[in-house]
Design a protein around this ligand. Structure first.
Ligand SMILES: [Zn+2]
Length: 100
């Protein structure tokens, strides 16, 4: 009698383990889709303005431009961004006839 009870419990535990894993893996798939959106919404992740990658706020490479802080996935992206800012500033700050 006890044997069967233990067997039933073990089978039930295995069954729960299996179904939980299956549910978890389904939830994980769902999570991956919305993870970035949720983390962006909660301010944990930001989008790299150069390549569009998502990076964690606390592990990112930053550039401060006045009041705005930009974050980047790599120093390459940061350099590209800084160059773009400098180029656009030069264009707007110089008088139009200075280009020629
Ligand atoms: Zn990047």
């Amino acid at each position: 009698m006890w044997k069967w009870l233990i067997f039933a419990l073990a089978a039930y535990a295995l069954y729960r383990l299996f179904t939980n894993d299956w549910k978890k893996s389904q939830a994980r798939e769902e999570d991956e889709k919305t993870k970035h959106e949720r983390m962006v919404a909660s301010g944990e992740m930001v989008k790299d303005p150069v390549c569009g990658a998502y990076i964690a706020v606390d592990s990112s490479i930053t550039v401060r431009d006045g009041e705005t802080v930009y974050r980047f996935c790599s120093y390459d992206c940061r350099d590209t961004f800084v160059r773009r800012i400098q180029q656009s500033r030069q264009k707007t700050e110089l008088p139009p006839d200075h280009k020629a």
